[in-house]
Ligand binder design. Structure first.
Ligand SMILES: Cc1cc2nc3c(=O)[nH]c(=O)nc-3n(C[C@H](O)[C@H](O)[C@H](O)COP(=O)(O)OP(=O)(O)OC[C@H]3O[C@@H](n4cnc5c(N)ncnc54)[C@H](O)[C@@H]3O)c2cc1C
Length: 340
């Protein structure tokens, strides 16, 4: 029997996009389901376990005193094809931007608005990733996940995942209970483009919709993202640090009295989504730097790390931002990044 190797006191700096230097007491590289089965059989999944993919949505504030399962499950295959759809099963360790590129190159639509989100496929359903008016819930058929308690592989339908804005069942009741091993996507051969999101709409304003391809949408998204968001390879960050808060109509109208230009997205239930970036900007945080950390100058939602800094310093900055918004607007921001 092949024994899965468990490394001790393993530095996680290269495995999180903030580049935080913490240790995993134990770490095992997972390339297939039988690695997980062996660890389960050996009783190694009973204590604290963390599944780590690309580390682009995590802030480590201390060493991880348990077992890190590093997701490196590569591979993808078409499992079904109809006149209209391709059903593509993708293993959890595939890099999301490469998957989007592959789908666009093959002319399969549905992922193009989510170009360049820098995580791995297995992590994408956890917070129902989304960008420019699209979310993974719009294109995910099902997923397979290894139950860390029972050692069984289970299938979850789209509905089972209880997706909503930046969350799923895997961020709530099943948090840290499963290792998602693969995701199956239903991609369309006949495209219906989604360019309603303002920056995309503006970019294509002068074009006839029939002349726009999914490759055009993907490259426009890449361009817009590159102009606003720092690339973690050059400037360490974990993307949007906070979720956009949802407030009641009364609360929204109250803020509007003092801030008539407040940007907003009305929701079907009568509530309003307010951009967290705008709130942060109103509190004077945009572009502010404290030592080696700060708030990005072009996107106030992103906390960046310029040099050596600890996860705790970043967490303290995030708390200060949260407190000032609570004080000024009486709105409680929720962190999108997973704090560990
Ligand atoms: C510059 C930048 C831009 C970004 N833009 C966006 C954006 O537009 N939209 C968006 O939604 N997000 C965005 N993100 C956030 C992030 O890229 C996504 O949330 C991504 O899906 C995280 O993937 P990951 O592989 O890095 O996950 P990780 O950070 O490794 O993990 C995130 C969480 O998921 C869990 N997890 C990871 N893999 C698995 C698995 N296989 N099974 C079970 N649990 C797992 C982890 O334990 C952790 O709790 C951005 C981040 C950066 C740095």
């Amino acid at each position: 029997m092949i024994v899965v190797i468990i490394k001790e006191n393993f530095c996680l700096a290269p495995f999180n996009t903030f580049g935080i230097e913490v240790l995993a007491y134990n770490l095992s590289i997972i390339t297939n389901i039988s690695n997980l089965e062996q660890l389960h059989k050996a009783g190694k999944l009973k204590g604290r376990v963390l599944v780590l993919s690309k580390g682009s949505n995590i802030l480590f504030t201390k060493n991880f005193d348990g077992l890190v399962l590093l997701n490196q499950m590569w591979g993808k295959e078409i499992i079904k094809e109809t006149a209209q759809y391709i059903y593509l099963k993708v293993n959890a360790g595939e890099f999301w931007p490469s998957l989007v590129e592959y789908a666009v190159e093959n002319g399969w639509g549905g992922l193009e608005n989510m170009t360049d989100i820098p995580g791995k496929v297995g992590a994408a359903p956890i917070q129902n990733i989304g960008a420019y008016g699209a979310e993974i819930k719009d294109v995910m058929e099902s997923l397979e996940a290894f139950n860390l308690d029972s050692g069984e592989v289970e299938t979850f339908s789209n509905k089972d995942c209880k997706f909503s804005y930046r969350t799923s069942i895997f961020k709530t009741e099943f948090k840290h209970k499963y290792f998602i091993t693969s995701v199956t996507f239903k991609l369309s051969k006949q495209h219906s483009l989604n360019i309603s999101y303002k920056p995309l709409f503006e970019a294509f304003r002068d074009k006839n919709i029939d002349d726009i391809t999914i490759a055009d949408v993907s490259s426009e998204v890449a361009k817009i993202r590159a102009s606003k968001l720092p690339n973690p390879d050059n400037l360490k960050n974990a993307g949007s640090f906070f979720k956009n808060p949802v407030v009641s109509k009364d609360k929204f109208n109250e803020i509007k009295l003092s801030y008539p230009d407040i940007p907003n997205y009305p929701l079907v239930n009568g509530d309003y989504k307010v951009p967290a970036a705008w709130l942060i900007e109103q509190c004077g945080w945009k572009g502010k730097r404290q030592g080696n950390i700060g708030v990005h100058e072009k996107q106030a939602l992103v906390i960046v790390k310029y040099g050596k800094a600890s996860g705790n310093e970043i967490k303290q900055l995030a708390d200060s931002i949260k407190n000032s918004i609570s004080k000024k607007f009486n709105i409680e921001l929720e962190m999108e990044v997973n704090i560990l």
